[in-house]
Design a protein around this ligand. Structure first.
Ligand SMILES: Nc1nc2c(ncn2[C@@H]2O[C@H](COP(=O)(O)OP(=O)(O)OP(=O)(O)O)[C@@H](O)[C@H]2O)c(=O)[nH]1
Ligand SMILES: [Mg+2]
Length: 364
């Protein structure tokens, strides 16, 4: 395939000496400045054509536009997304969550390689709104997804690091659209199951997989009931070595626990599997479950209802997010906030009256 070489910078013949239109009069002092200048010269059409031609480099740069905090980048990104939207939607979107250390990255490497070897094209995205952790994850995932990160047909993108959860989640959702338009038939969205981010992931995927560990004392501790309830399937990882028996016990426990929840709204019975991401056991079985689920929900039409509901949800999310940003970045409001905060702390004014007055002066 040509897509890895399509971008001139990736072409073996590219010497990096050609001069671009529009910058020829600018003296180039630092040679590393040049790739950044080049990027600005792409039009919406360039991005769209590149993405539709499965040009990974163009896809990566379009995702960078989505993640950018510059309004002009976002404007271009929105136009690219709009053009890509009719070509999106044809992938299996798999959400993967689990506590830190559960083996998500190792699992993704194992399942990812399994799919890539079958000739599938896989994009791995992530939602991790805490920038501190994202930096760690990028490093961690480089080593844990060593094979996958260089595999043909795989596109791995760490979480957009800056911003609120809502903002980060929106960017990831928009990136899914571009990945699908670029021909990726499987999209993984990884998140750490410790906060609110799994709700965001759940609202953008078809199948929500919970990676669990056995033998951590009380098997059901540490996972919020809500996360268990969201799961379409559970993989009990690290079922290897001395852990095999404990993992099988955990499978029964989780299976029983799932049966106590209200029935799945798709009429699907969530399954519990054991696997070892390190030994690559049980990985194919987890994927078979996902495939079985996709066939099931496609047949019943639940998949389309769910995706429509998600689209609606994201419309309201975007409205909420934009209103919030517009409020907090309003110069008048940012000047007033510290004073109001202090008056609330001094008990001079109630929180509700303060909020009301701030909102009134924003809207007024
Ligand atoms: N024995 C065993 N160890 C595993 C398995 N999968 C992962 N590990 C180990 O568990 C540790 C954590 O694995 P990661 O894949 O980084 O876990 P993670 O869930 O991505 O962790 P965070 O990114 O920190 O949330 C690593 O040392 C892995 O080698 C497994 O199937 N069996
Ligand atoms: Mg990880």
């Amino acid at each position: 395939m040509h897509y890895r070489h399509h971008h001139p910078e990736n072409d073996p013949a590219y010497k990096g000496l050609s001069v671009n239109q529009g910058v020829e009069n600018v003296p180039i002092i630092n040679p590393y400045e040049r790739p950044r200048r080049r990027r600005k010269t792409y039009s919406v059409g360039d991005y769209v054509n590149g993405i539709l031609a499965s040009d990974i480099s163009m896809l990566g740069q379009a995702v960078t536009l989505i993640e950018s905090s510059l309004p002009e980048h976002n404007e271009t990104a929105q136009r690219v997304i709009e053009k890509c939207l009719p070509h999106a939607g044809r992938s299996t979107r798999l959400g993967i969550t689990g506590v830190p250390g559960a083996g998500k990255s190792t699992f993704i490497e194992a399942l990812g390689m399994h799919l890539v070897r079958k000739g599938q094209k896989l994009a791995v995205l992530a939602i991790d709104p805490s920038s501190e952790r994202s930096k760690g994850s990028i490093l961690g995932d480089k080593t844990r997804m060593e094979e996958l990160s260089t595999a043909e047909g795989a596109f791995i993108r760490p979480s957009p690091s800056a911003g609120s959860l809502g903002g980060v989640a929106r960017k990831t959702r928009e990136s899914i659209i571009l990945c699908e338009a670029a021909g990726f038939d499987t999209v993984f969205v990884e998140t750490v199951g410790v906060g609110q981010s799994e709700t965001a992931v759940h609202s953008m995927v078809d199948f929500f997989l919970l990676i669990q560990l056995a033998g951590t004392g009380d098997e059901l501790q540490g996972i919020k009931r809500g996360i268990m309830e969201m799961a379409d399937g559970i993989a009990i990882n690290k079922c290897d070595g001395n852990n095999v028996e404990k993992a099988h016990v955990a499978r029964t426990l989780f299976g029983n626990a799932l049966r106590l929840f209200p029935p799945h709204e798709a009429g699907w019975l969530p399954e519990v599997h054991t696997c070892s991401a390190v030994e690559k056991n049980g990985i194919a079985e987890v994927w078979e479950m996902v495939t079985r689920y996709m066939q099931f929900v496609e047949k019943t039409g639940y998949l389309y209802r769910k995706r429509n509901d998600q689209a609606k949800y994201w419309m309201y999310e975007s409205i909420n997010e934009s209103l919030k940003t517009s409020f907090y970045t309003n110069p008048k409001i940012s000047r007033m906030l510290p004073d109001y905060e202090q008056r609330v702390l001094n008990n001079e004014i109630s929180s509700f009256v303060a909020a009301r007055q701030l909102l009134d002066s924003y809207l007024g």
